[in-house]
Design a protein around this ligand. Structure first.
Ligand code: SAM
Length: 294
C-alpha cells in the first residue's frame, strides 16, 4: 500500500488532497490542529503517525514549539519536510515503531491510523505514549464529504472493470487493425449515457469517458500503449479508493476499541464539519491512564 503513497509524496504535495490545498490545510482542519497545539505543554514530544509530507506537524509548529516526530510507512519527501520543524522517518509502520516505551507526551494522526492494523497499532501507541499522555486523531467517516463521493467513484470504476474493459479492448483492437468498430462504440456510448447527470460526475472521475473520446478522436495514437496506461491507472484508482473505503470502515472499529479498553479515560468523539455543515471527519481524543490494553 505504501508504494502509491510514496509516489504521491514524491510529487511534492503537502497534504493528501493534492492541488486542493497547495499551502497546507486551511479552514476547520487548520484551526483544529492549531487549537490542539495550544493545549499542549511547551516542548511536548509529539508523534504524528502517517505524517505524509508533514502537513499536520507544520500546523502544530505554527502556533507553539514542540518536539515533533513524523513517521510514515511510505517514503516521505525530504525536500518538502526540510522546511518543517520536526524529525521525519520514512518506512516506519504504526504497527511496529522504533521508539522507547513512554517516549511521547502526545500521539496524533490524521487520516492515517485507520489505514493500519488497528489492534497492532493501538498496542504500539499504548506502549510509546506516557501515562496521562494525549491521543488525538482525525479519522475518515463513511458518510463524510471526502469518503462518500469517492465511494461512488469506486463503484463506477468497478462497473467499468467488470463490464466495459472487454468492449474497450475490442474497440482498441478494431482501431489497430482497421476493422469495423461500430458495435463497440455503440455499447460504450450506451453505457456512458446510462449515467444520470449526478452519477456522471463519478463516471468522469474514472477517466473512462475522456479516454473513450481520446481514442475515437485521435488517429495517430499508439492505441495499445494508451489502453495499457488507462487500465493500469484504473487499477491504481480502484486500489486507492478501496483503501479509503476500508479505512473509513475501520474508524468505527478504532473507536470501539478505544472506548472499550480500560487504558484511556476522557474519551471524546466529535464531528468536524465545514461551514456548509458537511461532515469532514471524526475527531477522537483521549488520555492514557494506567489500565491494561485488552
Ligand atoms: C491520507 S494520507 C494522510 C497524510 C497526512 N496525515 C495528512 O493528513 O495529510 C495517509 C498516510 O498514512 C500512511 N500510512 C498508511 N498505513 C500506514 C501504517 N500502517 N503505518 C504508518 N503509516 C501509514 C500512508 O503511507 C499515507 O502517507
Amino acid at each position: 500500500m505504501s508504494e502509491h503513497w510514496s509516489e504521491y509524496w514524491e510529487q511534492g504535495h503537502i497534504t493528501s488532497f493534492g492541488d486542493a490545498f497547495k499551502m497546507n490545510y486551511q479552514g476547520e482542519i487548520k484551526a483544529l490542529w492549531q487549537n490542539f497545539s495550544r493545549t499542549l505543554d511547551e516542548h511536548s514530544k509529539v508523534l504524528d503517525i502517517g505524517t505524509g509530507n508533514g502537513a499536520v506537524i507544520e500546523l502544530i509548529q505554527s502556533v507553539s514549539q514542540h518536539e515533533c516526530v513524523g513517521i510514515d510507512l511510505a517514503k516521505i519527501n525530504d525536500e518538502v519536510t526540510k522546511n518543517i520543524k520536526g524529525h521525519f522517518i520514512s518506512h516506519v509502520s504504526a504497527e511496529k515503531m522504533p521508539f522507547k516505551d513512554a517516549e511521547f507526551d502526545t500521539v496524533i494522526s490524521q487520516f492515517a491510523l485507520e489505514y493500519s492494523d488497528i489492534d497492532l497499532s493501538l498496542s504500539e501507541i499504548h506502549r510509546v505514549l506516557k501515562s496521562k499522555g494525549k491521543l488525538h486523531l482525525v479519522c475518515h467517516h463513511e458518510s463524510s464529504i471526502i469518503v462518500k463521493p469517492n465511494r461512488q467513484i469506486l463503484e463506477a470504476g468497478l462497473v467499468i472493470k467488470e463490464n466495459m474493459l472487454k468492449d474497450l479492448k475490442g474497440l482498441v483492437n478494431a482501431l489497430i487493425n482497421n476493422k469495423p468498430s461500430g458495435i463497440y462504440k455503440e455499447k460504450i456510448e450506451q453505457f456512458i449515457s446510462s449515467f444520470q447527470p449526478l452519477e456522471k460526475v463519478s463516471l468522469d472521475a474514472t477517466n473512462f469517458p475522456a479516454f473513450y473520446q481520446f481514442i475515437t478522436e485521435n488517429k495517430s495514437v499508439d492505441f495499445e500503449q494508451a489502453y495499457k496506461l488507462f487500465e493500469s491507472e484504473l487499477e491504481l484508482l480502484l486500489l486507492r479508493l478501496n483503501e479509503l473505503k476500508q479505512a473509513a470502515e475501520n474508524t468505527e472499529i478504532l473507536l470501539h476499541k478505544i472506548n472499550n479498553t480500560q487504558c484511556y479515560s476522557d474519551v471524546v468523539v466529535r464531528e468536524l464539519r465545514d461551514t456548509s455543515n458537511g461532515l469532514i471527519a471524526v475527531v477522537i481524543s483521549a488520555e492514557k491512564c494506567s489500565g491494561i490494553l485488552n
